[in-house]
Design a protein around this ligand. Structure first.
Ligand SMILES: CC(C)(COP(=O)(O)OP(=O)(O)OC[C@H]1O[C@@H](n2cnc3c(N)ncnc32)[C@H](O)[C@@H]1OP(=O)(O)O)[C@@H](O)C(=O)NCCC(=O)NCCS
Length: 175
């Protein structure tokens, strides 16, 4: 039997912020939509209808991030057989650079285990340099560039975090 590991993402700070994470429920939606609106440009903002549609999928999980009773971030990810695929991930602008995003990644990494789900993947716009720096600081690597993914001239990078000890797997597809 393969031992399960629960590694922590690389850049969780010494003074780790005290945040709690809860499954998203309907009453959280306005706060989540506000963080989304404050965090993404129009083209990448889902809004209520799409958000609900995605959250209703059976293999999708939405997590609310709360600090001192305030919603400070959220993440939405999809469960696949061998990986977690991040669909949305945001920290409220006023709460950034305090280690909250790193805590969120650590929470996801804690859900990986050898022999089961061993990877986290996500797509990031090539122009979103902050997200690229952030995810690289958490141990993600670029595995592919899709040149016109968001329309002509608007590339996307596929980023991946792989659990230490996970054997080499088949190259990623676009999903
Ligand atoms: C990307 C994002 C989630 C980071 O959240 P955060 O809580 O600010 O991140 P942390 O404070 O945990 O940062 C951890 C490390 O990531 C890197 N990092 C984070 N923001 C950075 C920035 N603006 N510039 C450079 N490096 C940055 C740093 O190495 C940082 O460590 P440090 O503060 O000790 O230097 C946040 O900026 C965000 O919500 N952006 C808008 C939404 C988005 O682009 N989401 C990702 C695509 S779905």
């Amino acid at each position: 039997m393969v031992a399960k590991t629960r590694p922590v993402a690389r850049s969780v700070k010494k003074n780790t912020p005290h945040v709690q994470m809860f499954p998203m429920i309907m009453s959280n939606l306005p706060a989540v939509l506000q963080v989304e609106e404050d965090s993404f440009n129009e083209a990448d903002t889902w809004g209520e209808k799409r958000m609900l549609c995605v959250l209703h999928r059976r293999n999708v999980i939405g997590k609310l991030v709360v600090q001192d009773g305030r919603v400070v971030g959220f993440m939405i990810y999809e469960l696949h057989k061998s990986k977690l695929q991040l669909l949305k991930f945001a920290v409220a602008p006023a709460e950034r650079r305090a280690g909250i995003g790193a805590c969120m990644v650590a929470n996801l990494v804690g859900r990986l285990s050898l022999g089961h789900r061993t990877r986290i993947t996500l797509r990031v716009r090539e122009t979103n340099k902050v997200a690229q720096r952030f995810f690289k600081a958490q141990g993600f690597n670029v595995v592919r560039t899709l040149p016109n993914f968001y329309g002509k001239g608007n590339a996307c990078l596929l980023l991946e975090y792989k659990l230490a000890g996970a054997e080499a797997e088949a190259p990623m597809t676009g999903s």
